[in-house]
Design a protein around this ligand. Structure first.
Ligand code: ADP
Length: 475
């Protein structure tokens, strides 16, 4: 772990085993952090936050250090990407994209470090009223296992740019790149105690962090269940939270769309990271009169997907763990019980040379009922469910009829319809004739409904890490 500029293990030298999902073979161990380690890390972050050195640190100097971190990430990109692939199982080129995104977060927020502005507000002639945006203090970052380096960087870079100190708790299954980031940060002039990492399980290291009375903000990406626990913990201490929880995001394909392009993205959006993505395109809503042709296109593309170890950079890598794999299988049992038409896929696959890993075929489910768990719940695998609609109203109704609202793709050449759809869809991001816009670190990202609240990415995220003070001076 990395606490107050020092590398440490937990007091009892207990560890967690880290495995490569490609084969489930052990690739290392990290400390099994607990309450005592969290105490140490929060104390370091607090003392640093209140230190003269950090309080008077020039914003432009903070920015320059963040630029240096971005450069160091790029210089070590190949090593970090390989580490991320070993840790998460994802295909190497996807890890490379994640590492570049991580560098971009540091670069993007570096530029903002000295542009956090207040306002002057007219009150009366002899009163000068102005606002300043101040850092919130010690920020806690609970990171999921699906995009570790990217998600760590996006909230940490924004928090440091705005003058906070941070304690990161990476996911127990994928802790390596948050520690690698510490190694890179250590080589810069960022004061020790600004960036701290405590590895460990959710209940042993995560829980003491979110319940700690001396943290000032919690950023969380993960499941609705843990998001609920985080809000409850935060409620006790009156601490703001930013929650990015799951999704059941649809691609809505109209008959007038460029169907080849739409099919390509329907497949990409569910295959990326083996569907283990909060913004995965896990539903396909297709207009009735093109359904047959369009499904053929999707099926053909799904069946051409290559499956294998992340290191070998196939289209589709392994599922993270046996537990996640079993969860997908349970959804397939529901599909069979509900007489869903499995258009393609539906089974686990064995990969030669990686028989001990857990791989799942790209899967398309048709005739799924609206109230089915397959429609309403996140599967977190390479599984897309298909629905048909006849007109705009039906498409909107289906799109909005899940507990989530993270992302939606709309495919149509009719620009009026595209805007009408965008205005009525209850999701944090709507993409028209694309999906994801290449990851767009500049675009505010977050959810409606159970997908969470607060926005990450873009300038909007800076609000999470600053608090507003109004100052009135009577002349
Ligand atoms: P999943 O079930 O897919 O692993 P989680 O939401 O449980 O997703 O995990 C996301 C992150 O939340 C991980 O870093 C995990 O350790 C952490 N976590 C899980 N439970 C808790 C908890 N009770 N308190 C704080 N963090 C937790």
């Amino acid at each position: 772990m990395y606490i107050n500029g020092e590398w440490c293990s937990n007091a009892d030298d207990e560890t967690i085993t880290v495995r490569n999902p490609a084969t489930q073979k052990t690739i290392g161990t990290v400390p099994r952090g607990n309450t005592a380690d969290i105490e140490k890390a929060v104390k370091a972050a607090r003392e640093t936050f209140e230190s003269e050195q950090w309080r008077t640190f020039l914003p432009d100097e903070r920015g320059r250090i963040l630029y240096k971190i971005a450069k160091k990430i790029r210089d070590a990109a190949s090593e970090i990407a390989q580490m991320e692939t070993r840790d998460t199982g994802k295909p190497l080129s996807q890890s490379q994209n994640d590492v570049e995104a991580a560098a971009r977060y540091f670069e993007y927020y570096a530029g903002m470090a000295d542009k956090i502005l207040g306002e002057t507000i007219p009150i009366q002639a002899d009163v000068l009223d102005y606002t300043v945006r101040e850092p919130v203090g010690v920020t806690a970052h609970i990171i999921p296992w699906n995009y570790p380096i990217q998600i760590t960087s996006r909230s940490v870079a924004a928090a440091i740019a705005t003058g906070n100190t941070v304690v990161v708790k990476p996911a127990e299954d994928t802790p390596l790149t948050a520690l690698k980031l510490a190694e890179l940060i250590e080589e810069t002039k960022l004061p020790t105690g600004v960036y701290n990492v405590v590895t460990g399980y959710g209940n042993e290291a995560g829980a003491p962090l979110i319940n700690h009375s001396d943290i000032n903000h919690i950023t969380f990406t993960g499941s609705v269940q843990t998001g609920t626990a985080i809000m409850q913990a935060a409620a006790k201490n009156i601490v703001p939270v930013t929650l990015e929880l799951g999704g059941k995001s649809p691609n809505i394909v109209f008959a007038d769309a460029d169907q080849d392009k739409a099919a390509e993205w329907v497949v990409k959006s569910i295959i990326q990271n083996a569907g283990q993505t909060c913004s995965a395109g896990s539903r396909l809503l297709v207009q009735q009169n093109i359904k047959e042709d369009f499904l053929e296109k999707v099926k053909a593309r799904m069946e051409a997907i290559t499956i294998g170890k992340g290191e070998d950079d196939h289209d589709l890598g392994p599922i993270l763990t046996e537990k996640q794999f079993n969860r997908i299988e349970e959804f397939m049992q529901i599909a069979r019980k509900e007489n869903v038409n499995i258009v393609t896929g539906g089974e686990g696959v064995e990969v030669e040379g990686a028989e001990t890993g857990f791989y799942f075929e790209p899967t398309v489910l048709d005739n799924v009922k609206q109230e089915s768990a397959l429609t309403q719940e996140e599967i977190f695998g390479p599984v897309v469910s298909v629905f048909v609609f006849e007109n705009d109203e039906e498409a909107i109704k289906l799109a909005n009829d899940t507990p989530y609202g993270l992302v939606t793709g709309v495919w149509t050449e009719n620009v009026g319809r595209a805007h009408r759809m965008a205005s009525q869809i209850r999701a944090g991001q709507v993409f028209i004739n694309n999906y994801g816009a290449g990851g767009g670190i500049q675009m505010p990202f977050g959810g409606y409904k159970k997908s969470g609240f607060g926005r990450e990415k873009g300038l909007e995220a800076l609000r999470n890490y600053t608090t507003l003070k109004n100052i009135a001076l009577k002349m």
